[in-house]
Design a protein around this ligand. Structure first.
Ligand code: PLP
Length: 362
């Protein structure tokens, strides 16, 4: 096998993480958010491991279609609802719940003559200004949906947080207050919390948690890893050394010669690069594990290869395993070095990476 980049998906950790969300959720139902191919872990694979979730959340009807085609009968919520009038027929055919957040969607529903009702989640904007109806319109929009034969009566009320990962930020407290006031007179279950809110904002539990990141063991809380909150990484990305070279003091490593050897030393070359989804922005100093030992990337990440300072790993040789992130190297740490968040990294794996499943417990 010529390429050796593997994403190992830890199924037991996915199950553990769902259990941990339930522990923190105090009895709330859990929507397992599996958009973007299960945050890059593989949609059907993740759904199988998380089959005991109370619902799945997807961003696209096409993902709902994939889950139905794979035999999943759970509730599936399309988090941005129909994008055009023709989507209503697809939502019905696939029995998908629709988030309703915009007047254009209500117009399609009001013009729709198909009597088979769709299950709706009414999204209220509470301070993020992305999707949702203004809070002052919550009662009006609820009444308009209730008046439609094409909408089921059990409408769920939801909102989404802009900064719930900042536990001391007043924006989230304000969003909770805006949402609560907007829906206080309306019947229906409530859904506010994403992963960070499950950790930091117990007042936002409602009846439905909508968790993605935590199920994959990922944290977006600054300076914290998923493991700090009792979660386990669900992906280990690994490759191997395909060259080990002696390089003299003063020589430069890689494209643009950005790193200079401070002494005579060994440089390892691993078969992974931005063509696999490893971030090109990972700077010199980004950690990797070579045979389980910490070492650091030096020089630019290239399309197919990275170069590694092997001074910490004197016995390293061609064929040795290189872990880029995962069980023993938090992806959050790599994200910090690359100037992004953990979600961005796991979502970025390309088709060249081989996915394998592992069911071992930690
Ligand atoms: C992606 C998404 C979530 C899940 O967010 P996490 O931070 O991964 O838990 C929840 N709700 C909505 C509307 C989303 O788009």
């Amino acid at each position: 096998m010529s390429r050796a980049a593997f994403a190992t998906i830890h199924l037991a950790s996915l199950r553990h993480n769902l259990q941990r969300v339930r522990e923190l959720g105090g009895g709330a139902k859990v929507m397992a958010v599996v958009k973007a191919d299960g945050y890059g872990h593989g949609l059907e694979r993740v759904a199988r491991a998380l089959a005991s979730a109370d619902a799945f959340g997807v961003a696209a009807i096409a993902d709902g279609l994939r889950l139905r085609a794979a035999g999943f009968r759970q509730r599936i919520v399309v988090l941005s609802g129909p994008d055009e009038a023709a989507d209503l027929a697809e939502l019905r055919r696939l029995d998908l719940d629709a988030v309703i957040h915009h007047d254009s969607q209500v117009a399609w529903l009001e013009a729709d003559r198909d009597p088979r009702p769709i299950r709706a989640w009414l999204k209220i904007e509470s301070g993020m200004h992305r999707l949702g109806f203004a809070p002052a319109r919550a009662a009006e929009m609820y009444a308009r949906l209730r008046a439609l034969a094409s909408i089921r009566s059990d409408i769920t009320l939801m909102t989404h947080f802009a900064a719930s990962d900042e536990f001391d930020k007043q924006l989230t407290a304000a969003q909770i207050a805006v949402f609560d006031a907007a829906v206080s007179d309306l019947p229906g279950e409530h859904s506010l919390a994403n992963s960070a809110a499950v950790l930091g904002w117990p007042a936002a539990r409602g009846q439905w948690l909508r968790t993605g990141g935590l199920l994959y063991g990922l944290s977006v809380v600054d300076g914290k890893t998923g493991e700090d909150f009792g979660f386990q990484p669900a992906m280990t990305l690994s490759s191997k050394l395909i060259a080990v070279n002696d390089v003299r003091k003063g020589e430069h490593i890689g494209y643009a010669a950005t790193w200079q050897c401070p002494e005579d030393m060994r440089i390892g070359v691993a078969a992974i690069g931005y063509g696999d989804g490893y971030p090109r922005s990972a700077a010199s100093g980004t950690p990797v594990l070579v045979n389980g030992q910490r070492a650091a990337i030096v020089g630019r990440v290239s399309m197919d290869l990275i170069t590694i300072d092997l001074r910490n790993v004197p016995n390293a040789q061609v064929g040795d395993e290189v872990v880029l992130w995962g069980r023993d190297l938090p992806v959050e740490e790599i994200a910090t070095h690359a100037g992004t968040i953990s979600y961005d990294l796991t979502c970025g794996m390309t088709k060249r990476v081989l996915f394998v499943e592992d069911d071992s417990a930690v």
